[in-house]
Structure formats: C-alpha cells, structure tokens
Write a protein that binds this ligand. Structure first.
Ligand SMILES: [Zn+2]
Length: 479
C-alpha cells in the first residue's frame, strides 16, 4: 500500500508598517526590551484599539496578489487563551469573517505548474516574546501588537520538496509587494506545517500532526521529511498517528512533542467589541489593485519572451527583484542578453555571495557593467583580468576605466611585445618546445601559460597561442 503525504502550510508574516496594528507604538527590531509599548498594546483597562490603515492596505495587497476574494465585511475577533506573552489574555485576530479567502498561487513542481489553493489570508496582532533563562523567564512586549498576516493553504502540497517550493515562490511574491522584509531570522516570516499520510489515490485524510519551530525553509523541508518517515513507520507497523503538535529540533534533526500545557485547545472566539466590522471601499480596492507591481509570474513570462531565455534562466533572475531590474537596465544599453546573463550568473553572483549582499548593495552601475563586458568582447581585457576588474570596481565603487588605469590592466595584444615574450619563453623551455614539435599538443598550452605569467596575466591568450604556434613552426623549418 503506497502512502502519500498531504501537507498544508500556515505562514505568519510581520507586516512592515511603521507603527503597530492598533496603536501608534513604533515597530523596531531589536529595540530595548519593553521600550515600544503603551496601554493599548498591553491591553490596560480603558484603552481602545484603533486600526492602522497601512496594515489593512498591505494585507489587501497580498490578498489580491494571491487572487483571493476580499470579504464584504472585515471583522475582528478575540481569540482567548492564557499565556504570559499575551498581556490581554486574548489576541485580536479574525475568525469567521477573514479579510480574504479562496485564492491560489502557482508553483513550479516537476517542471509543471501546480496550483496551491489559499484557504484564507487574515490579519492579527503578534504576541510578545519570551526569553527563557535557566531559573526564570523574561518577557519583551515590544512585539505585542505588531501586525501579522496569516496565510493558510489548503492541504494541496504533496511532498516536502513542494512545500519548499511553495515557500520560495510565496516569499518572492511577498518581497515584490514590499509589505515585509520576510526575514526569517528576525521572525518576520514564520511557518507551521500540518502533515498527514493517506493511501495514494484516496480522498480520506489520515490523522495529522502540526510541526512548529522551524526557522528556515530548509528546516521546514527537513522536518517534513523526518515526519513523513515517522508517520509511515507507525502506519506500517499497524499503529496509529496521534494528533499532536511537534517541535522541530534542528540540532538533533528530529521532531519532539510539545509539552501539553503549551497547547491551547479551546480559544472561545467572540467578536471584538471595541472594533466595529467595516467594509473596504470599492475605490480603495481599485487603487490598491492598480498599485500592484508586475508580479514575479508575469515578469518571468515577459522576460523569457523578450530576451529569449529558458524558464530556468528567467526564474533565476526574477527571484531577486533588483537582479532582474539590473538585467533589464543592462539590456537597454547593450543588446546581448546572453553575455549579460552569463556575467550576472557567473562573476557578479560570485561577488554577491562572497560579500553576502544584494546586487543593489554592491552599487554597481549598469553602464559600468556593460563597459566591462564590452572591453572583454573587444579583447581589451582577458576573461581573468575582467573578473579582477569587477572585484576592484565593487571594492572601490569606480568604473572599469578608472580601475584599469589605476592598476595598469589593459590586455597586451600588440605583436611586438608578445613576440618578445614568446621568444624568451621558447629559449627558457627547450623540453616543452621539443615535446610540442614531436606532436604533443598539450606542451603548447604550457608555453602559453608561461607567456601569460611573464605578462602578469595581461597578454591576450588567444594571440599568444597563435604567435607561439607560428613561431615554433617557423623555427622548425629553419632548423
Ligand atoms: Zn502600543
């Protein structure tokens, strides 16, 4: 009996508003503990919440980009539970009338489009942060009341790998919308997963478990893989899966049951009496819709056609918004999309990874990048030198011409100086010369390398090879 995983994901996204969801406290990461709090976010008696318009606008942006239906009424509810990170003993969330529902996103799975349905996207406030020490716990309420967006899928994801792809696709979309920094390390993006196994081809779902505490997309994938195996083993042995919440232990690569007191079973939702339900005006909806940027999917399709790229190449560029913008800006200056792409994917990506920065943080101008590619194309620079020029351009925030002048890096192509170097090398390497003349082609490359070394990498290797070959054949005739 073949089993297949059924996975649903829940993403919590911190919206990048300047102030909190229901008060004017500043949202600031790593601020001094409890320095960004007020009676409203602490839920002190007599305080009243006031909705942050920007948070609603950001939420609507995401909902529209996910093709969700926007609810006629936006209603907030109190989700009641007791936990020390929740000073009011309830969290303001949305229950039966969420901001939006029934959307979808397309992901690329096994080279095909797969539709993952979005069950709902709703707004809620974040809770505080507990810091557990050995003998006591501390609470920082700065995070309390920060606007969160909860994005919940239907159980349409069929493998840990698909879960990973969904998260990457969703994150790219969210970054395009500029509604969050999506930084998992800062907790701006968090993910929980539901998973069960069922007999392949059948509709009935098995008992699911919930996975929490995964702090990277890779961890989500790893935790799901471990859980698929664990549940499969239980079912193979004729045992049953218990519905429970599991925590991912990154170090031990295993899931462990959450202590039961950390689980709240009955939330006793009821409408938030201090916030009346409201409708989002048609006019604002229209405005927000028209403010949406070109989204990753459309962009991939467009640049694929415009620059004759493969799906994989287009997707590589589109994953980072500033990367695809850089690519398009370069193409406006120089119609050679293949060279531009190769130089972005090769040397430029190397610099990006080495420095752990984004392309815009390197401050490299498209004009300068194109100048460099052109110098390479006209043989003014060797491939190797061009790479060092790029490094120096980024280090010194200068154009290629300046760097080349400062370092005297122009490729030597004039025959007189190259012949001189070639002659020296021929005299100094008699054995290799003989080897070449007796038919060992490899020996020529060694001689080319010697000339390159003498020129400190500035000789034009193609020219050197031609010259050496010609010279050696002449010498042979003379002998
Ligand atoms: Zn506040």
């Amino acid at each position: 009996m073949e089993l297949e995983p059924v996975i649903g994901l829940e993403v919590h996204l911190q919206l990048a508003t300047e102030t909190k969801l229901f008060c004017s406290c500043q949202v600031k990461f790593a601020a001094e503990a409890n320095s960004k709090v007020c009676p409203v976010c602490l839920g002190l008696p007599g305080s009243l919440p006031v909705i942050n318009r920007k948070a609603i606008e950001y939420a609507v942006k995401v909902a529209l980009a996910l093709d969700c239906t926007i609810g006629d009424q936006v209603k907030f509810d109190r989700k009641n539970y007791y936990y020390p990170d929740l000073p009011k003993n309830y969290q303001i969330s949305q229950y039966d009338m969420p901001l939006s529902y029934e959307g979808h996103i397309l992901i690329n799975s096994e080279n095909k489009d797969k539709r993952i349905r979005i069950r709902r996207v709703h707004i809620e406030e974040d809770a505080g942060k507990l810091i557990h020490e050995k003998e006591y716990s501390l609470i920082d309420y700065n995070r309390t009341g920060i606007p969160l967006l909860e994005i919940v899928t239907e159980p349409d994801i069929s493998s840990p790998d698909e879960a990973y792809k969904y998260l990457v696709t969703l994150k790219t979309l969210l970054k395009y919308l500029a509604v969050s920094d999506c930084d998992m390390e800062k907790g701006s993006l968090r993910c929980d997963a539901n998973i069960s196994l069922r007999v392949k081809g059948e509709e009935v779902l098995g008992t699911k478990t919930e996975l929490k505490n995964m702090n990277s997309f890779k961890a989500v994938k790893a935790a799901l893989e471990v859980e698929v195996k664990r549940q499969g083993r239980l079912l193979d042995e004729g045992k049953s899966v218990i519905q429970e919440t599991l925590l991912w232990d990154e170090e031990k690569r295993t899931t462990i049951p959450m202590r039961s007191k950390e689980e709240a079973s009955d939330y006793r939702y009821f409408p938030e009496p201090d916030l009346v339900p409201f409708a989002i005006e048609k006019k604002s909806l229209k405005e927000i819709r028209s403010s949406l940027p070109e989204l990753p999917r459309e962009k991939t399709k467009r640049i694929r056609q415009a620059y004759k790229l493969s799906e994989e190449e287009a997707q590589f560029l589109v994953t980072e918004q500033d990367m695809v913008e850089f690519f398009e800006d370069c193409n406006k200056l120089f119609k050679d999309s293949k060279s531009i792409l190769n130089w972005i994917r090769g040397p430029l990506l190397y610099e990006i990874n080495q420095r752990n920065k984004t392309i815009s943080e390197l401050f490299i101008k498209p004009e300068d990048f194109i100048k460099l590619i052109k110098l390479l194309k006209t043989d003014a620079l060797s491939n190797l030198t061009a790479k060092s020029v790029l490094t120096l351009m980024i280090d010194r925030k200068k154009g290629p011409d300046e760097v080349i002048n400062e370092e005297d890096l122009v490729q030597v192509s004039d025959e007189a100086s190259l012949i001189k170097l070639a002659q020296e090398v021929i005299l100094e390497n008699k054995e290799s010369v003989e080897n070449f003349l007796s038919g060992k082609v490899k020996a020529l490359m060694f001689l080319v390398g010697q000339v390159m070394r003498k020129s400190k990498g500035k000789a034009n290797p193609k020219k050197v090879k031609e010259l050496l070959e010609r010279k050696l054949k002449e010498d042979k005739k003379d002998a």
